[in-house]
Design a protein around this ligand. Structure first.
Ligand SMILES: [Zn+2]
Length: 311
């Protein structure tokens, strides 16, 4: 039997998910639980470990485990400190998973990179040589596949498109910088800007804003237009720099429809004038919530998604 079957684990601030994935990208078992909140490091690990064990009993032989986890992390060591999971600071996730499944590859990477790899392997970027996968939700992240291979960068952080500067005089970003894409286009920033313009009251969400935009609310439409333009500016630069064929955008904000996508595409048409760049396409992601698990599996199943010698 040459079929290889791996486990995939997706570690996020609100949910933990695990699955059995085969070489075609098909799932055999998906287990999901809410992330234990205000909890100890060991309690969060126990929840991950239980998910992995429940999936492992479905498999004769586990060929490896791929993990997508919120950053920052030390890569490829898989020592993680996810911003949205205060219980884990310098948590040795890769070592712990390795303790459960000794002797097989354990590959831990940034969750946004897992989504990008999933979309390239089995989603909107399938078959492309040059691809950028993005997530626009509470944060803005991404991953780059260039010349058919995942680009890691010096420290495993290549693809951080959320921190491309789109307005040098713009709002302060969570990273400490100013005018980053994420400071304008992440969901809470879009809703916050709308509130500052008189829409509803603080605490209202980007999802509610999207519903109001659909109904034609002027402030809601302006808020998504502002975010769409910021995305268009960032992508114009990224596409020109990397000669990207396809960009796929997933995450909750990407589901806002024409109020976001029309200003985004119009901005691209205005700024992307070189012929190679004008042929590129920016499209919605295809895999939805499963992209992260599929990408995590691909870290083990697809050689082009893991750097030689990185473990
Ligand atoms: Zn930033």
């Amino acid at each position: 039997v040459t079929d290889r079957t791996v486990l995939a684990l997706d570690v996020g601030g609100t949910k933990l998910a695990a699955a059995v994935v085969d070489e075609t990208g098909a799932f055999r078992c998906v287990e999901q639980v809410p992330t234990p909140q205000s909890s100890t490091a060991e309690a969060v690990w126990d929840a991950c470990s239980a998910l992995l064990r429940r999936c492992a009993v479905q498999v004769v032989e586990v060929a490896g485990v791929g993990v997508g986890c919120g950053g920052p992390m030390r890569w490829p060591d898989g020592v993680v400190s996810p911003l949205n999971m205060p219980a884990w600071r310098d948590f040795p996730l890769r070592e712990r998973v390795s303790g459960l499944f000794p002797g097989v590859p354990i590959r831990v990477h940034n969750d946004a990179i897992a989504v990008a790899v999933g979309e390239h392997w089995r989603g909107a970027g399938q078959g492309t040589r040059s691809f950028l996968g993005m997530v626009v939700s509470t944060g803005v992240g991404g991953g780059l596949v260039l010349d058919g291979r995942l680009v890691d960068g010096a420290s495993g952080n290549a693809g951080h498109i959320g921190h491309i500067v789109v307005d040098a005089d713009g709002p302060i970003c969570g990273c400490g910088g100013q005018g980053c894409l994420e400071a304008i286009a992440r969901g809470p920033a879009i809703a916050g800007w709308a509130v500052s313009q008189g829409w509803r009251s603080p605490g209202a969400t980007a999802r509610e804003l999207a519903l109001d935009a659909e109904q034609g609310d002027g402030v809601a439409l302006a808020a998504f237009a502002r975010a769409g333009r910021a995305l268009g500016i960032a992508l114009s630069s990224a596409i020109a720099l990397c000669d990207v064929e396809v960009v796929a955008i997933g995450g909750g904000v990407s589901q806002a429809g024409p109020p976001l996508w029309e200003p985004l595409q119009e901005t691209l048409r205005r700024h992307l004038r070189l012929s190679f760049a004008a042929d590129s396409r920016v499209v919605p992601a295809a895999l939805g919530q499963r992209a992260g698990l599929i990408g995590a599996a691909a870290f083990v199943l697809g050689d082009r998604y893991w750097a030689v010698g990185a473990g």
